[in-house]
Structures are given as structure tokens and as C-alpha cells.
Design a protein around this ligand. Sequence first.
Ligand code: FNR
Length: 369
Amino acid sequence: PSIDEIVNLHDFEAVAKAILPAKAWAYYSSASDDEITIRENRAAYQRIWFRPRVLRDVSVVDWSTTILGQRSSLPVYISATALGKLGHPDGELNLTRAAGKHGVIQMIPTLASCSFDEIVDATVPGQTQFVQLYVNRDREITRKYVQHAEKRGVKGLFITVDAPQLGRREKDMRMKFVDESGVAKVQENQSGVKKDEGVARAISSFIDPSLSWKDIPWFKSITNMPIVLKGVATPEDALMAYDYGLAGIVLSNHGGRQLDTARSGIENLIEVVAALKTRGPWPNPKFEVFVDGGIRRASDVLKAIALGASAVGVGRAFMYSFCAYGQEGVEKAFQIFRDELEMNMRLIGARTIDELSPEMVDASAIHSH
Ligand code: FNR
């Protein structure tokens, strides 16, 4: 279909599925084991209901916000997703260019299929990027990567902590690893690559499973970027992150690709925010909570923010948009978010992101199944 026929973010997924090579589709769409968590990521939002307010003069609504102190035209950032070139020859650059044009923040993946510098070089002046980190067993490689990112102007470090070992994405494992442009690029910099376990495993064997809280002071010593832990799931770990002086956490289960039957980020948000409120008023300018997983609608975004998140991350929906239509697809995905945000904010009675509050949602049924 032509891009004009795309009405919502689900449509990109259908196009991507139809046009992608089987291996790329398997890598992007797969989740771990029985794929219960990926299903839950969508379902949990559908158990939250709105409590809209009326008669609030919603003629002007504004969905722009700040994320880690950086301006963002959307309350949504592009989360790190590896191996963009499996789905489109321009890979991650589709995201960079669209994000630069529209004031959206991109998180650059460690396992991007374009090089880090190629991605940063594709930015426009004033464009904000974050970087996602898989911590290498060789900490010198990690130190250089982080410091290079900071030097290149990256404004936030997201350390992925939910992947000491890659989950078994069985769809992906059934596709034998064949060398392809995107994968080859990533391989160049890594050692110990195994070729028979699917794309995900093949590229990730350098990740250090010994990573622990004891390493956190070291990260703080090598960079001045705000540090966020990506892949936290509990109030216990949220409080640890806070007490270690980090800048925030992403409540995430890696898009259902890691621990299957882990709860969804949105389900964990309520108890995490309740715990953080014991450290001071919420929102807390020193610590931000983000949520990702399953976000396909502006209504999902607004629910997470109403419940205390500062912004949300989106992975697959943006990937599928560039697989289908390149940069233009990503721009269209932003437009869909804008249109849906405008309508939903009006219908909820929130003129700004700050006006979203817990009273605007009924999450009392979120844990029932
Ligand atoms: C991911 N994700 C991810 N996360 C990360 O920290 N490093 C990575 O390299 C990747 N790679 C990756 C590849 C693909 C194909 C997917 C789908 C996801 C997880 C990603 O950042 C985010 O947490 C989820 O994608 C959010 O869920 P949705 O939006 O895909 O439902």
C-alpha cells in the first residue's frame, strides 16, 4: 500500500511483515519463549481506562516536553533497536534524519548496523541523541565508547540491565545465521560470535553477565552524562537506582524479548512510583521514570504519563515504519502520534503533559487477567 493509506501504527507492522525477508521479520518481531510478555505489554494498556474531564478549554493543546532536561517535541523517544539494516538499507539513519527534522530524541543502539559516528554525523544542529549501552566484558571498550559518545554530544547514557544473557527468541533461532550487510558490520567489532543460534545470539556474545551494582560508581566516574538503567522491573531496584544517584530508570522488559512472563512496564509503574514517593514528592526533578513496551497509540503514552512516567520509549513501531517506507515512514509515525495526542488530550481534558494526573485514569483493573 502507499504511505497515504497508513492510518495507524499497526498498519506499518502489517506492511513490514509483508515485505521483510523472513529472517528480518523473525529478528524484529520475535519475543522470548512462549511470547507471553510481549502479549501482556499490549494487553496491560487495555486494562487501564480513562477518567476524562470536560469543559476545560482545550482549544490549544501542547504535547511537547523535556526528557532528561532536553526538549522533545513528543513525549515519546525512539528506543534502541539493533540491526536496522536488516530491514532497510539506510538502517538507523532513517530514524536519525526523521528525528532531527521533527525534534524527537533517538537512542542510539550499541548494536546499530550503521556506525556510531555515521549516526551522529547525520544529525542536524541542536538535535538530541541518547546512547544505549551493552557493557562489554572488556571495560576499556566500554569506557572508550561511552566517552566518545559524550564527546560527540550525546546527552544521556542508557545502560541495558535486563540482558545479562539474551533471551531465547525461538522464531529467530529457527532462522540460521547467514551473513548479511547489517550483521557483518556489527560483527566487525565483536569477538566470539557464534553463527548457529539466530541473529540475536550471534551478535551479543560480548555482553558481560558479571555486571553488578558495584560497577555503577565506575560508570559515574567515566561520564558526566545522566545515567539511566534500562530494563528495571521492581520498586526494590528502582530505589537502588535512586539511591545510587542515577538519573532514572526505564521500566522495560525489552519488548518481551528477555524474561518471558515478566510483567509489563506499565504494570510495574504504579508500585515503582509509589516507592519513589517515599524519597520525596513526585515528579522528582532528580529522577525520571520511563516506560517502554507495547506502545502503539497515543492513549498508551498518556496513560503511562498520567501514572507518573516522564516519557515513553517506542521500539518496534518506529522500526516497522522505516522498514516499510524509510525516513518518510518514521515521519508519518510521528505525525500519527501527534494527531492522536492532540485528539486524546482534548478528549481527556489535558492541555499540557504536566496536566496529566493519576486521577485521569482508572488503573484498578490493571493486574487482573
Ligand atoms: C530491541 N530492544 C533493544 N534494547 C536494547 O537495550 N538494546 C538493543 O540492542 C535492543 N535491540 C532491539 C531489537 C529489536 C528488533 C527490538 C524489537 C527491540 C528493546 C527496545 O529498546 C525496547 O525496549 C522495546 O522494543 C520496547 O518495546 P516495543 O516498543 O518494541 O513494543
